[in-house]
Ligand binder design. Structure first.
Ligand code: ADP
Ligand code: MG
Length: 152
């Protein structure tokens, strides 16, 4: 990246791309951070088909706010969301939901965390086709043995 004031190597503070700046700053979990990643890396394939989908991503998602992820097709948007939601596993780096680091969790613990604390709307809906929309929404709490608010 070339800065507007003539640097060519991208090392000037003012020229650093946003991503590079974010990776220099350790992610700090605070009360208002719903989830964050530290040096999150995901490599797909190997040899000639090796693709670095996520390259040391440090990102924080604030509670009570919307985060928009933008980038061209194939830039790693879905991979980031799947990893942060615990649906895909990273090659390296850390994912923390609230104050729970999900890397060391066993399958069952990860399933429970996903059920209790993560809602995910898939690009391809992944709904159970034989159920109605309402039944699809109520399926996870039903599996967890929970009653839902009937007013809902
Ligand atoms: N299961 C997979 N196996 C191999 N490569 C994959 C897989 N999923 C994604 N990729 C590659 O990783 C990169 C990022 O993909 P993706 O996260 O789907 O991008 P986006 O959602 O931004 O379009 C792309 O180059 C894609 O081809
Ligand atoms: Mg995608």
């Amino acid at each position: 990246m070339t800065g507007s004031h003539g640097h060519r190597d991208g090392r000037c503070e003012d020229c650093l791309p946003v991503e590079a700046d974010a990776t220099r700053r350790p992610a700090l979990a605070g009360d208002d951070i719903a989830a964050h990643t530290v040096q999150l890396t995901k490599v797909n394939g190997s040899g000639g088909t090796r693709v670095v989908a996520l390259d040391s991503v440090d990102v924080q998602f604030q509670q009570g706010s919307f985060t928009v992820e933008m980038g061209p097709s194939g830039s790693g948007k879905s991979t980031l969301m799947h990893c942060v939601a615990g649906l895909d596993s990273p090659t390296s780096g850390r994912i923390v939901i609230g104050d729970t680091e999900i890397g060391p969790l066993k399958d069952k613990q990860l399933t429970q965390l996903g059920r209790d604390r993560i809602g995910f709307v898939f690009q391809a809906f992944n709904a159970v086709p034989t159920l109605t929309a309402e039944e699809n929404i109520l399926l996870p709490p039903a599996i967890a043995g929970r009653k839902h608010d009937p007013d809902w």
